[in-house]
Design a protein around this ligand. Structure first.
Ligand code: SAM
Length: 409
């Protein structure tokens, strides 16, 4: 299932505020007449739709009250994501959230959508206007409402207000805070949230996330190298985005991801090869902790002082029969670890291997489109097949496409 949530007003009414303040728990009664409405996707999502584009307004919602939030499944919602999150998504119902909120870049994007074949679509759609300016009643109201909730988030907003005053940055944070609260509410206790931003606001956003999720649930600040070298006058070229990863709690979905070994690492570590060219490295067969049958003599040898065999005698015999053990001149056995059997190196928090070039076939003409491979990596690391993935700022639907491909549903 995937959810696309889209643009609308920024304020949250008292009823919504009350709902945001509620911790995840039993489902709440929805507002009588939510403005946002849902569209169930019958098949793979059409990535060319930006549900936020004003020209794409769907027919108005039926004037009947919607039922209480039901488990979400393969749905696109049209409307302000705050309304949708508060009114239509039940608490603790989502496994993974990825959000890439528009940032105040003082630009309006007039996007000419193209399909995969590069043809222009009939309608030129104004994708979004990502400008927030203080002075807008909405930002003031949003700030007051968040402060009225009390707790760490109120303290964080008050502190930020002391520094940022009634600035555009503060307006942006006032817009983000209630949405992050609402996202925390819909996340399952085992869920994870990835927030994509850049260094302009990342330091402020991290304060909000710490206040909402607890600093102990901060997992990573991922640096994603989004472009090649740039000539930024009088400063180092800015070519990376930041992706914050928080978990809802201490136990969360996590699937280790690997990347291929670098050539230099292979050359340095996998120096030996069988006659058929199969590369391997030699690994120690001892461990520093005992565990089961790990204290025995092997071909006249014992582990180094204070250490134990890493495997049982039965396993050692199996390795021997498979020809996986070789002996150092001292007689100490070591294990042949083949390169082609290794999953690669565990992924670190600096990602330089994923790009979306301007000529990429994947490009749809959407200005802030992210690479599908980036979303695939996040989804694979923090969800399993069948899990619910939510993107509250869906753009041209990158998350939707990646989640569909990976059978999250
Ligand atoms: C930076 S883009 C996301 C790009 C996306 N990651 C992709 O790969 O295409 C942000 C999106 O959020 C939408 N948006 C902005 N404010 C919103 C709101 N309050 N509710 C729902 N969507 C919103 C914008 O219209 C835009 O589509």
């Amino acid at each position: 299932m995937r959810i696309a949530l889209a643009l609308g007003g920024l304020g949250a009414g008292p009823e919504r505020r009350a709902r945001m303040a509620q911790p995840p728990g039993p489902q709440r009664k929805p507002a009588a007449k939510p403005k946002a409405h849902a569209k169930t996707i019958p098949g793979p999502a059409d990535r060319k739709l930006d549900m936020a584009a004003p020209d794409l307004a769907l027919p108005p919602p039926a004037p009947t009250a919607l039922p209480a939030p039901a488990p979400v499944n393969r749905q696109l919602f049209y409307g302000d994501n705050l309304e949708v999150l508060c009114d239509q998504i039940g608490p603790s119902s989502v496994d993974l959230v990825y959000l890439d909120p528009p940032f105040k870049s003082n630009q309006e994007y007039n996007v000419l959508f193209r399909d995969h074949a590069g043809e222009r679509s009939a309608a030129q759609m104004r994708a979004f206007e990502d400008t927030w300016t203080w002075g807008d009643d909405d930002s003031d109201a949003a700030l007051q409402e968040t402060i009225a909730l009390g707790g760490d988030i109120a303290d964080a907003m008050i502190a930020l207000h002391h520094i940022l005053h009634r600035s555009d940055m503060m307006a942006y944070l006032a817009m983000m805070a209630p949405r992050l609260m609402a996202l925390r509410r819909v996340l399952k206790p085992t869920g994870g949230l990835y927030l994509h931003c850049d260094p302009t606001a990342s330091h402020y956003i991290k304060l909000l996330l710490d206040a909402i999720f607890g600093p102990e649930n901060f997992r990573n600040e991922i640096v994603w190298e989004r472009s090649g070298a740039k000539n930024d006058p009088k400063r180092f070229g800015r070519c990376h985005d930041i992706i914050f990863f928080y978990s809802a709690g201490p136990t969360f979905t996590w699937n280790v991801q690997h990347t291929a070994f670098q050539d230099y690492s292979i050359a340095k570590n996998y120096t030996a090869a069988d006659p058929d060219g199969r590369r391997f490295r030699l690994s120690d067969l001892t461990a520093n902790r005992p565990g089961g049958d790990t204290d025995y003599e092997w071909k006249g040898m014992r582990p180094y002082k204070g250490r134990h065999w890493a495997f049982s005698k039965e396993n050692m015999e199996k390795f021997e029969a498979e020809g996986r053990i070789v002996y150092r001149r001292t007689g100490m056995p070591v294990y042949k670890r083949y390169l082609d059997e290794m999953p690669g190196v565990a992924l670190q928090d600096v990602w330089t291997d994923i790009r979306l070039s301007s000529a990429d076939k994947e490009r749809l003409g959407y200005p802030t489109q992210k690479p599908e491979a980036l979303l695939e990596r996040i989804i694979q690391a923090s969800s399993n097949e069948g899990d619910v993935v939510l993107d509250p700022f869906c753009g041209c639907g990158t998350t939707i496409a990646a989640a569909e491909k990976l059978k999250r549903g």
